[in-house]
Design a binder for this molecule. Sequence first.
Ligand SMILES: Cc1cc2nc3c(=O)[nH]c(=O)nc-3n(C[C@H](O)[C@H](O)[C@H](O)COP(=O)(O)OP(=O)(O)OC[C@H]3O[C@@H](n4cnc5c(N)ncnc54)[C@H](O)[C@@H]3O)c2cc1C
Ligand SMILES: NC(=O)c1ccc[n+]([C@@H]2O[C@H](COP(=O)([O-])OP(=O)(O)OC[C@H]3O[C@@H](n4cnc5c(N)ncnc54)[C@H](OP(=O)(O)O)[C@@H]3O)[C@@H](O)[C@H]2O)c1
Length: 418
Amino acid sequence: MFGLSEQNLSGRRCIWVNGPVIVGVGPSGLAVSACLREQGIPFVVIERADCIASLWQRCTYDRLKLHLPKKFCQLPKLPFPEEYPEYPTKRQFIRYLENYAKKFDIKPQFNESVQSAKYDKTCGVWRVKTVSTTGSFPSETEYICQKLVVATGENAEGVVPEIEGLQEFSGEVIHAKDYKSGEKYTGKKVLVVGCGNSGMEVSLDLSNHNAKPSMVVRSSVHVLPREILGKSTFDLAMMLMKWLPLWLVDKLLLILSWLILGNTQRYGIRRPNLGPLQLKNYHGKTPVLDIGALARIRSGDIKVVTGITRFHQSSVQLINGDILEIDSVVLATGYCSNVPYWLQESELFGKNGFPKRQSPNGWKGKEGLYAAGFTRRGLAGVSADAMKIAQDIGNDCKEELNQKKRKVATHRRCISTF
Ligand SMILES: Cc1cc2nc3c(=O)[nH]c(=O)nc-3n(C[C@H](O)[C@H](O)[C@H](O)COP(=O)(O)OP(=O)(O)OC[C@H]3O[C@@H](n4cnc5c(N)ncnc54)[C@H](O)[C@@H]3O)c2cc1C
Ligand SMILES: NC(=O)c1ccc[n+]([C@@H]2O[C@H](COP(=O)([O-])OP(=O)(O)OC[C@H]3O[C@@H](n4cnc5c(N)ncnc54)[C@H](OP(=O)(O)O)[C@@H]3O)[C@@H](O)[C@H]2O)c1
């Protein structure tokens, strides 16, 4: 796996990798690794955390379940166990991923964070610099490779918006990635900023624990039932999309949602002008799949409030002029990619850290660069990317091997005629 290892003068280790370097070992890094392993291609996986799937293990709340049916969420070459429910819990999903890593013998370099990666045109290689925090002192390593797979995820960092007065607020402020359960919030007035899938579910969890959540809805959002007539809404949409144009599927979904959920606008949740699938396709905005929050909004257990003007020491002022006394804040304000902070490249990836070309065309760049898991299609997109990337790398390896064989054959012929 490691071709050459040496200590250079600056104290940085330099390692030649005979195969691709994969950055990140979430579901994407795991899936690419497994598909490479099956072809016998060596690789190195670098992970900043101390475990696989750190987003799932460290940065998600306790009650989380996969929100799409399991058949859309399994990784290549290993189905979910039969006994798993239709929507596996976070614990079950992590167990599945741990078995996956074991089955395909994936052993990442843990506690090693990629600081920069740059293509060296002169030598035709990628130079990937990392800092490891495993020993007593941070140590630097430079990996040199011909192929680089970016698998650091769409949700690498939590977005913390700048809101006036937030520093003055004296209560606890956390991002949703650090929220585990509503247990410690019983009786507390909690402001949940954001109404995506995280904001809705955190509000529901708080309400389940007898806290008093107020959820900030500053713009519009599509809320769809997770299931329609016992069938997953996502599954239904996928089926309809085979036959009907996107706008028509959107219309049908909205009619069905209206029949099941009623008019969400009555509770302060406006729908965007563009339908849910079109909005996801063109702007990457995920619809909320309702798993109970809407009923709590209807009953008044979750209060919907307008956008924020500013925070004060123990309260928040809203755009409509209302002032709410609050004890804590949960920022369910989304996530972003961290690719622009470390990858020095501007052809495949845009400034927002996502591939410039839309899915399914954003997985491959130039000079052996690949993007795994940036399709905005969740785990289904992860698997599709991983298989294409591994296949492409496999083809290149075969081609390289054939070239070598041809060279040896020519050499042999030369020797025999000599
Ligand atoms: C709360 C929540 C719930 C979700 N639920 C679903 C769901 O039900 N279904 C679904 O399909 N999708 C869901 N998603 C989307 C989710 O992003 C994907 O399911 C999946 O985790 C993507 O896998 P990934 O490997 O691409 O990214 P990640 O899981 O984010 O893994 C990326 C890995 O890269 C590592 N990394 C990042 N930067 C560096 C660096 N510089 N150096 C080294 N390592 C680095 C990270 O530590 C991480 O381990 C959810 C997301 C969130 C936030
Ligand atoms: N499996 C599950 O059940 C599950 C659970 C949670 C999350 N997820 C997934 O995880 C990903 C991230 O979801 P997410 O909900 O964390 O993020 P998200 O979908 O990006 O939602 C972020 C929310 O924060 C709001 N926001 C941002 N800045 C704000 C500000 N300054 N003031 C007020 N509101 C602000 C946004 O409002 P605007 O729309 O106005 O910008 C939006 O409502 C999605 O893919 C989601 O599907 C899945």
